[in-house]
Design a protein around this ligand. Sequence first.
Ligand SMILES: [Ca+2]
Length: 211
Amino acid sequence: MRFPQAIFGGVLLIAATFSHAALVSTFETGLEGWTWDAGGATVTHSISGGNPGGFLHIEDSATGIGMFVYAPDKFLGNQTSNDGGTLAMDVRLLAGPIIDVESYGTVQLTGSNGLTASRDLIVGPPSAAWSTFAAPLIAAEWGVSQATWTSILSDISRLSVELEVGSNLDASGLDNFSISPIPEPSRYLLFAFGIGTLLMVAKRRGLLTRQ
Ligand SMILES: [Ca+2]
């Protein structure tokens, strides 16, 4: 195998390995399509202070309740390829009296069929420091049957995150929201094979040998 062909093959293998990458919102340059209930909260993009970089800043008025943010299209639709994977997010409480934390951090998935599954990712008092919260994307963790779960994942029409801690003014930050597929050993083997091919060819070409 000639050198350019081997390199091309190796790159293709690596690309194939990670063609099904995690979906993520890092809020580096904007809100990345996230929306919210305008009647209950104000959402703005902060360019710094995130975990790291930019983050989504949500705040409500003194009387506001209903701090929900809604994920953009890339987290919706058919997510069955991420069944068994992980949903994760970084959250930080920025201000507010901690009155009602019961539903703080609850993520709800709504299918186009109207069925819902929800999971409270943040159990206990919210933290003033950035913290990562995650949950496996499996039916039992979201309180629904496998049939319902599969049905919802086949066409998610809405994904909401609740960030309300009280009926007074409160504010929170959201960063690094992600949905990742289940790690497959085969993917890592393929990746190792791709890297191995590159190293072998490079070695043959003397690129790794000190002259
Ligand atoms: Ca960020």
